[in-house]
Design a protein around this ligand. Structure first.
Ligand code: CMP
Length: 434
């Protein structure tokens, strides 16, 4: 007997199924599918078609009986009802049919177990809504393959069994007829010869037309949606191209705009991180923010040693921004409303003469702190030398954080003092090229 506590879900965060539950469900589904394939074949082509059928029957009966116990235990534990139809389907499928000789058609009852497959598919759909299009495609192919197999065995039963003939070749011919009829190809090399076969062929043709319509209507959409980010990006780029042409934006500027979107696409799949994260509940928001900003947290030496509380506070308020090569982040003399941490790329600090590169800052460096600490205008201009992924900390949050965490204020202050004395710039002094 299989004990239901072995299959508990609660040990795993996020309601994910325990590994043993997943293995069990997979086993039941695989054997159900094998049963659904083998049963009609045995009914039509004879019980001796496959060796060791008694063993297979015994195994299926044992497994399906154990599955009832497992499902009953799960439903008791989770409080979710078993479901009358599922209970009946599970019980019917678990009847030891192989003990009733001479009634091979009773094997059909085992197909009731497919209700479990449908139920599992529904559950996966709920758990993996973000992969719904890929799953839809898989489910469609699964049910279509089962339906085609059944229709092919149905056709085989109408053509009669030829004693001593190669039964697998017969099945192959039936499958070939079925697929060519369903796909509306219809070569006409295998044709119905009596009324029953004509009626059956009509049914399969109608099914085929319905299938064909479904495929045409859905598959292209499903495949198109498999890469939603890419589809969205391409559509946006097309819209952007039309807009830029209509507004006669100069080609060089057009190229920069395209390059920017290309960069954002490459590094963030074109998603606006902030707007996606903002919709999350507070607890999850902190965790996701920390995870998304782990690059900057690992790069800034001070953050690596900082306490968890400070990191959390800062991760929540830092906003990602992208600058393209040549963009000015701010000009000398402007009032300072924020400071920046560099996650990726290089920024140049330009002296007040507007030409000299005082310092080149890289991933892990920060800038814009002097104006905030000393409440005075920007002491220099800062320009992006390459594509730059920066994190922006606004003045209000900065003041709140330094008030709460003196060690942060001390670190920023020390680095800032070095810069004011002209020692903090890690990069070479050279005239600005732009
Ligand atoms: P802030 O004065 O707000 O704006 C310009 C920023 O450039 C300044 O803050 C510093 O963060 C940065 N900065 C100024 N001088 C240097 C320097 N010598 N080395 C590195 N960074 C500097």
């Amino acid at each position: 007997m299989v004990h239901s506590h072995m299959f508990s879900r609660d040990a795993v965060p996020g309601g994910e199924q325990h590994l043993s539950t997943r293995v069990w469900v997979a086993l039941v589904l695989v054997l159900t599918t094998i049963g659904a394939i083998v049963a009609p074949l045995r009914i039509v082509l004879g019980d001796d078609l496959i060796p060791h059928t008694v063993l297979l029957d015994a195994l299926l009966t044992l497994l399906f009986t154990a599955d009832i116990a497992v499902n009953a235990g799960e439903s008791k534990r989770t409080g979710l009802p078993y479901g009358r139809f599922l209970l009946v389907a599970d019980c019917v499928a678990a009847i030891p049919l192989f003990l009733i000789p001479g009634f091979s058609w009773l094997l059909c009852l085992r197909l009731f177990k497919l209700a479990r497959v449908a139920r599992a598919m529904g559950a996966w759909r709920q758990q993996h809504l973000h992969r719904w299009n890929a799953l839809r495609l898989v489910y469609f192919v699964y049910w279509l393959a089962i339906a085609v197999h059944w229709l092919a065995t149905g056709w085989l039963s109408l053509r009669g069994i030829y004693p001593g003939g190669d039964r697998w070749t017969l099945y192959l011919h039936s499958l070939y007829w079925c697929i060519s009829t369903i796909t509306t190809i219809g070569y006409g090399d295998i044709t119905p010869a009596n009324n029953a076969q004509i009626v059956y062929a009509i049914v399969v043709m109608i099914f085929g037309v319905g299938m064909y319509g479904y495929v045409i209507a859905n598959i292209s959409t499903i495949i198109g949606n498999l890469q939603p980010a890419r589809t969205r990006y391409l559509a946006n780029m097309e819209k952007l191209g039309a807009f830029m042409r209509s507004r006669e934006i100069p080609p060089a500027m057009q190229r920069r705009i395209r390059d920017y979107y290309g960069y954002v696409w490459e590094h963030r799949l074109g998603y606006d991180e902030t707007s996606i994260v903002q919709g999350l509940p507070p607890g999850l928001l902190v965790e996701v923010s920390l995870f998304l900003k782990r690059d900057i947290i690992q790069k800034v030496p001070f953050f690596k040693e900082a306490g968890e509380e400070l990191i959390r506070e800062i991760a929540l308020v830092m906003q990602p921004v992208v600058y393209t090569p040549g963009d000015t982040v701010f000009h000398a003399g402007e009032p300072g409303d924020d400071m920046f941490f560099i996650s990726r790329g290089q920024c140049e600090v330009i002296g007040t003469d507007g030409r000299t590169v005082v310092a080149t800052l890289r991933g892990g460096d920060f800038f814009g702190e002097i104006a905030l600490l000393e409440h005075r205008p920007r002491s220099a201009s800062v320009r992006a030398a390459t594509y730059c992924d920066l994190y922006r900390l606004d003045k209000e949050s900065f003041e709140r954080v330094i008030a709460k965490f003196p060690e942060f204020a001390a670190h920023i202050g020390a680095k800032s003092a070095g810069r004011r004395e002209g020692t903090g710039g890690p990069g070479p002094r050279r005239p600005a090229s732009r």
